[in-house]
Write a protein that binds this ligand. Structure first.
Ligand SMILES: *Cc1c(COP(=O)(O)O)cnc(C)c1O
Length: 435
């Protein structure tokens, strides 16, 4: 039983070096003031012997847990054999092997005909490449993004991001993007896809013909709003009708997080472009991709590039992850079982306190109603050794991003800590005005 429980350190370590040298821009380190030394599976260990259960998973970058033995040994063998580390965009054994795995394990079985573009290794770079390509192919400027969407921090992707605090960092106007209401934004009665269609069909609405419609199927940072298959199918149809490309940003919801490898599988539409990053390498190595229909591949050589498009270590671990987890249906069944447990437990917590839940698959959370109280909940969790964060416009959603490989018993033990922390934080919060 003891093996399912975290053992946090009570004492804060010395943080003087960070305060002296590291930029004030650091954020997660502030709410989790420990110094982490190593990690395996779902556990992170600090340098004082404390052990923490990771329900953040690098914001869904560690879907297969920390240092998965299969991925780690593939990488160690590769390094031991003096495999290429950095290769610009040169052909390498590691790249060929990754592309073969992508084709055989992911694309072919799903009937997807996509070209793979190796962008710079961050998610935001895949988004930049996607919207650049959409603008180039359509000859149009406007991108339609959605309220509460998050797409990254570089200027093009940031313009597509909704959050005002993030946008204000740009220091210049963020333009050529219209933020239309996501599903449910105006309440359950109003079909926001129909609103978008009406505006695009109306030559006097003031909305320009878009190059692309950029959407997350589950809004990872913006509050875990999960779009319905019906709404997404309608958005895909609208894009097609109006000559725009549909881009699904699957950087957080993809790689199994929402239940299947791509978050849109089985929904009856195929995006024109898909962006992937975060858990793509499987081991937390930087690696991003834009996937698109072959007809859209109108780049000239080097038109979008980046020094680190050839992160061969990431190719090795990504290929190993695709083969190990996605060659048969077992992993997806495990995710489905854990998702049901997560759903059941979060629903029970919500109904106990008159709250509501968000999300689907293993990207779910509970709406605490106030950022301050949600922060009290995550702080109470951390004090008991559970690493967990918030999401949403006011950081009011406590978000569970447990590694997808988590043992059912450990998942349950982590959710016990969340349940107790909500029970402890909510009464204390009575009398605290909700922001
Ligand atoms: C994290 C994220 C990004 C940005 O990825 P970075 O690697 O941080 O640049 C873009 N879109 C979504 C949906 C994300 O969750």
């Amino acid at each position: 039983m003891i093996t399912t429980l975290p053992q946090p350190t009570k004492r804060k370590p010395d943080t003087a070096i960070y305060e002296r040298l590291e930029s004030a821009v650091r954020s997660y380190a502030r709410s989790m003031p420990r110094q982490f030394a190593r990690a395996e599976g779902v556990w992170m260990h600090d340098n004082q012997g404390g052990r923490y259960l990771d329900f953040l998973s690098g914001c869904s970058t560690l879907n297969y847990g920390h240092n998965h033995p299969v991925l780690k040994s593939a990488l160690m063998d590769y390094i031991a054999g003096n495999g290429i580390t950095h290769g610009l965009d040169l052909h390498t054994d590691a790249k060929a092997d990754f592309l073969a795995a992508l084709e055989q394990v992911i694309l072919k079985p799903r009937g997807l005909d996509y070209r793979a573009m190796f962008t710079g290794p961050t998610g935001t770079n895949a988004v930049e490449a996607a919207i650049k390509l959409a603008r180039k192919v359509t000859g149009r400027e406007l991108v339609i993004a959605f309220t509460n969407g998050f797409h990254g921090m570089t200027l093009g992707a940031l313009a597509c991001t909704g959050n005002a605090a993030k946008r204000s960092g740009a220091g210049i106007p963020l333009s050529h993007v219209a933020h239309e209401p996501f599903e449910g934004y105006h309440g359950p009665q109003i079909d926001t896809a129909e609103l978008l269609e009406r505006r695009l069909a109306d030559p006097s609405s003031g909305l320009d013909a878009p190059a692309a419609i950029l959407v997350e199927t589950v809004q990872g940072e913006g509050g875990l709003n999960a779009a319905s298959p019906e709404w997404l199918r309608e958005i895909a149809a609208i894009a097609k009708r109006h000559g725009a490309l549909m881009i699904v940003d699957d950087i957080q919801a993809g790689c199994g997080r929402a239940g299947s490898f791509f978050s849109f599988e089985g929904m009856g539409f195929t995006p024109d472009i898909v962006t992937m990053a975060k858990s793509l390498s499987g081991m937390g190595l930087p690696f991003a991709l834009a996937l698109f229909r072959p007809e859209l591949d109108q780049w000239s050589p080097g038109e979008h590039n980046g020094t680190f498009r050839g992160n061969n270590h990431a190719f090795v671990t990504a290929a190993a992850a695709l083969r190990h987890f996605w060659s048969d249906g077992q992993f997806q069944q495990d995710i489905a079982r854990r998702s049901r447990m997560l759903e059941r437990r979060l629903d029970a917590m919500a109904s106990e306190h008159g709250l509501s839940t968000r999300g689907r698959g293993m990207i779910r959370g509970i709406d605490i109603g106030s950022g301050k109280i949600a922060q009290a909940v995550t702080a109470a969790c951390f004090a008991q050794g559970l690493i967990i964060e918030t999401s949403g416009a006011h950081d009011e959603i406590v978000k569970v991003l447990a590694p997808l490989v988590i043992d059912d018993a450990v998942l349950s033990a982590g959710l016990d800590i969340l349940e107790e922390s909500i029970r402890a934080a909510l009464p204390l919060a009575y009398g605290v005005a909700a922001e």
